[in-house]
Design a protein around this ligand. Structure first.
Ligand code: ATP
Ligand code: MG
Length: 479
């Protein structure tokens, strides 16, 4: 690094080239499809590098989630090399090379060091940016200036703004030094412009360039810092961490759909429990999900907090075991506190009523959407999970068998188990549903007939006073 201020990671004009013999990245750990793409580009005379998170993860001995390639070939030139290739993205064109279920993303080196808000990350975080329009730009006008291409529509809106550059310019658009290493397929060396290798060894997250400027360019980088802190167990360098407290409210200006995507990456990729801890400690939960942060701050050490943490721990275990996880269940966990608070704001006699529960869900979802979008299919799922809780707590004879068939039964049952674990629902009912699912059809009949004769069976309306008292003790039970 050639910066006078050692704490600012300024890219050097030439990389430190670390030969194959001096680093640990082996082609055995690189996806064969990524290698195919790299070799093909190299053989066609282009530069081709693995870049970003995959290089970082390979150095850490982790299995990369996906492999990204950077090249000096222009997108059209990349496309010509592969039959299974599509160009995506309007603002920044990227090539996606498809191999069955695996997609290798190939990006041309870019010279834009200061992307405008929402331009990063590339294609996948901006669903509207999906397929680039090839034919539907009748009024589009192209202006070429020194290797860049800007396409504007009749109203002046920028449709495409590609500014291609060289690899040493490309480094600048990367966020953290650990994410800015390039693995060169020409000789298997590693190119390091920013001290990324040393930072990875020290398990340190450091923004490239002036941290405040880089967070202002793209406030999502604050969430990315928290995500990598949680995922990798890295420490955020003090100079990178410092501006976060003052800048976190800039997340208000980020498109809500992008914040939803980031939220899923924080909580559904195997380190959700740690993400919650980091987001709270860095004051970022208040900027991302203010109502959830307020609830947790107002109820320290509450059963709801324990339920949320345990739910995230369970979700992390599922991710590790390659089991499916859903945004619906995640938001049911995150919004449990706000939903319970909204229920408890109603008169106690109404807490069990479906209308109260649904109104509480709707209010909690509305409040949660100040910063991020929760797509309808997930918020409706949360509603169904909570609406099913009273039916799970008080099964009504043979109707219980129909509840088993409900498409949201499994998620609602998992929530019931968690609630029961923390005394927020009767444990014997959770066990009963477990038995019912495991039972053979004839035994199921006996189980539901037995419950019909017990206190948990059909409920008279209005509820008895005793039930109400029990509910009060079960602080924050959502039914
Ligand atoms: P993950 O393990 O989650 O895939 P990643 O580092 O690969 O982590 P991606 O979102 O896949 O993260 O992005 C790939 C690379 O693109 C990053 O490593 C980084 O170099 C660059 N990048 C992505 N998003 C940004 C951003 N918001 N600002 C700057 N650079 C970014
Ligand atoms: Mg990645």
């Amino acid at each position: 690094m050639n910066s006078e201020d050692a704490s600012v990671a300024t890219p050097a004009s030439a990389p430190r080239v670390i030969p194959r013999s001096e680093h640990s990245i082996s082609r055995n750990h690189i996806s064969p499809n990524a290698l195919r793409v790299l070799y093909r580009l190299r053989d066609a005379g282009f530069m081709a590098f693995l870049v970003g998170g995959c290089v970082r993860d390979l150095l850490l001995g982790l299995e990369p989630k996906d492999f990204d390639v950077a090249t000096d070939a222009l997108p059209e030139q990349v496309k010509r090399q592969f039959r299974n290739c599509r160009l995506v993205g309007r603002r920044f064109r990227l090539a996606h090379v498809f191999f069955g279920r695996e997609t290798i993303e190939v990006a041309t080196f870019r010279a834009t060091s200061a992307p405008s808000q929402g331009d990063e990350p590339l294609a996948d975080a901006d669903p509207e940016d999906g397929e680039a329009p090839e034919l539907d730009e009748p009024q589009a006008e192209t202006a070429r200036e020194g290797g860049s291409e800007r396409v504007v529509d009749a109203a002046g809106r920028i449709l495409r703004d590609n500014v291609y550059g060289t690899i040493d310019e490309d480094v600048w658009r990367r966020d953290f030094t650990a994410n800015a290493l390039y693995y060169n397929i020409a000789d298997f060396s590693l190119w390091d412009y920013v001290g990324g290798v040393a930072d990875i060894a020290a398990r340190r997250l450091r923004l490239i360039g002036d941290p405040e400027t880089r967070f202002r360019e793209d406030p999502v980088r604050m969430l990315r810092a928290a995500r990598f802190e949680a995922k990798l167990g890295f420490t955020i360098d003090p100079d990178t961490a410092r501006p976060i407290a003052a800048l976190r409210e800039l997340l208000a200006g980020v498109p809500p759909a992008r914040l939803f995507d980031e939220t899923l990456k924080l909580f559904l990729t195997g380190h959700g429990a740690r993400s919650l801890e980091v987001l709270r400690r860095r004051g970022l939960l208040a900027a991302l999900l203010p109502s959830v942060d307020r609830y947790l701050a107002g109820h320290p050490g509450s059963l709801v907090e324990k339920l949320l943490l345990q739910g995230l721990v369970n979700t992390d275990a599922r991710v590790l075991a390659d089991k499916a996880v859903t945004p619906t269940f995640l938001f049911a966990l995150l919004l449990y506190g706000p939903i319970a608070a909204a229920i408890e704001a109603a008169p106690a006699a109404r807490w069990h009523e479906l209308a109260t529960i649904l109104a509480a869900c709707d209010q909690a979802v509305r409040d949660a959407q100040v910063r991020l979008t929760i797509p309808k299919r997930f918020s409706l799922g949360v509603r169904e999970m909570f609406a099913l809780q009273p039916r799970l707590e008080h099964p009504r004879g043979r109707r219980a068998l129909r509840v088993l068939e409900h498409p949201r039964f499994r998620a609602a049952y998992d929530l019931l188990l968690l609630r029961a674990q923390f005394g927020l629902a009767p444990a014997e009912m959770a066990q009963w549903w477990t038995r019912l699912q495991e039972a053979q059809p004839e035994e199921r009949g006996r189980l539901v007939d037995a419950i019909a004769g017990e206190a948990h069976g059909p409920q008279p309306t209005p509820r008895r006073g005793g039930r109400r008292r029990r509910r009060r003790r079960q602080a924050a039970a959502p039914s």
